[in-house]
Design a protein around this ligand. Structure first.
Ligand SMILES: Cc1cc2nc3c(=O)[nH]c(=O)nc-3n(C[C@H](O)[C@H](O)[C@H](O)COP(=O)(O)OP(=O)(O)OC[C@H]3O[C@@H](n4cnc5c(N)ncnc54)[C@H](O)[C@@H]3O)c2cc1C
Length: 401
């Protein structure tokens, strides 16, 4: 068995784990991140939902139930976490627009409006009401995007179809990175003589240069242009993940990709190491502290059986309010499924409550009482609790020296 030693090991490559990792690496700690694979960010719109329950996300957070983990993070830290995120994304060439004090609207692939707080600059020009006329440019054969639905829901909306020669979202996005393809696309668009106020594209305008590509189309066409997130998997979500991953590496963090944690080594009140399987052989990764950012059910942090719910890395006690019958609402589309409250309860230092371990800190979707779907607080909560966990972990490591 190979053994490696770090100050901190982060488990999970989501918005929470990558952000905590970058913050700790910036403070000079030797940080490694271990992950099974891609996070739920790759399924998301790439927009940062902070709290969609109110026009002002900060007011929405204040009105969340007292047990919500957002209340463990003070307002200053929430603001700092979003500012930090915007600075990181700007540095990575993927600027985000928006303010913590005002939610905004993003047009969905079905023509409805999604409420979010920070949006990729490629979605900044999305209409905030139904008055702007829109011309949608879609792509022949593309799945997961339905301009017909959008046109049926919105007045003054039209669409045209471009043949990119490839049909998957990833393939079209990578074509946009090619100069010749881009020129052919612009010549074709120019011939459309678009009258509408704004131009919309499904979110396929490039892999990592999307912001530049959308800006160039807007300048060349003389109109605001915006991307519409497709249903999962989505390019903006993938761009978000890639940018956070690159930033973490840039700060000196090491990533062990496709290394699921399968066990732990413990002494007294401390976790000493996590064990992983890679290429069929066991590895032990030692650290002085551990950050658990394995997300909820989709991320792989929790597993539900007919009887109970387990946390998959440290076997921490999982909070779920009420018996199994209360886990699900009869209405499938309800936002009130009790299972959305399942997770790990933490104290104000982001350590798991009711657990003997002193050197584990949690952040993101693994936390209890989040009700992410109902409260519209996915990535925003991940970023804010990542800052709180990094702060507590750094204090712990400094005192431990
Ligand atoms: C379909 C969908 C769409 C969404 N859309 C949005 C949106 O548009 N905006 C928004 O703000 N939020 C959205 N959310 C919510 C948001 O994605 C999550 O709340 C948030 O990203 C959680 O981040 P996280 O870092 O806590 O965990 P996750 O993103 O879930 O990441 C967990 C990580 O842990 C790793 N992992 C799990 N188990 C192990 C193990 N044993 N060993 C090693 N690694 C492990 C996984 O591989 C993964 O990398 C969406 C969620 C879903 C499911």
């Amino acid at each position: 068995m190979s053994v490696t030693e770090y100050d901190v090991v982060i488990i999970g490559a989501g918005a929470a784990g990558l952000t905590t990792g970058a913050l700790l690496a910036e403070r000079g700690f030797n940080v490694a991140l271990v992950t099974t694979g891609e996070p739920t960010a790759c399924l998301s719109t790439g927009c940062i939902d902070v709290c969609s329950c109110d026009e002002n996300p900060l007011t929405g957070i204040k009105n969340l139930p007292p047990e919500h983990p957002f209340h463990l993070v003070d307002e200053k830290t929430i603001r700092q976490s979003l500012n930090y995120f915007q600075t990181v994304m700007m540095d990575m060439g993927m600027p985000y627009a928006g303010s913590i004090e005002k939610n905004r609207s993003v047009v969905s692939a079905l023509g409805t409006f999604k409420t979010s707080c920070l949006v990729p600059s490629t979605m900044e020009a999305a209409p905030q009401n139904n008055t702007d006329s829109i011309h949608i440019v879609t792509f022949k054969g593309i799945k997961d995007f339905y301009p017909g639905y959008i046109v049926s829901r919105r007045k003054n909306t039209n669409f045209s179809v471009f043949d990119a020669g490839v049909y998957s979202i990833m393939s079209i996005a990578s074509r946009f990175e090619d100069k010749n393809f881009f020129e052919r696309f612009i010549i074709w668009m120019d011939k459309l003589r678009i009258d509408e106020d704004k131009i919309a594209l499904p979110a396929v305008a490039g892999l990592e240069s999307a912001s530049e590509i959308v800006n160039s189309i807007a300048v060349l066409m003389g109109k605001p242009v915006f991307e519409i997130p497709t249903i999962p998997p989505s390019m903006p979500g993938r761009r978000l993940f890639n940018a956070l991953k690159k930033y973490f590496r840039k700060k000196g963090g090491a990533i062990y990709w496709a290394w699921p944690v399968v066990g732990t080594e413990k002494t007294g009140k401390l976790i000493e190491a996590v064990t992983t399987h890679s290429e069929g052989r066991p590895n032990s990764i030692n650290a002085r502290a551990f950050i658990l950012g394995t997300g909820s059910f989709v991320g792989g942090g929790l597993t539900a059986t007919r009887q109970d719910i387990t946390e998959n890395v440290f076997n921490l006690p999982v909070h779920i309010s009420g018996p199994r019958e209360t886990w699900f609402d009869n209405d499938y589309f309800s936002l009130n499924h009790g299972i959305g409250r399942a997770g790990i309860i933490v104290d104000s230092s982001m350590r798991p409550a009711d657990s003997p371990w002193n050197n584990i800190f949690l952040c993101g979707g693994i936390l209890a009482e989040t009700e992410i779907l109902k409260n519209g607080c996915g990535h925003g909560l991940a970023l804010a609790t990542a800052h709180a966990a990094a702060q507590s972990c750094a204090e712990y490591l400094s005192h431990e020296l």
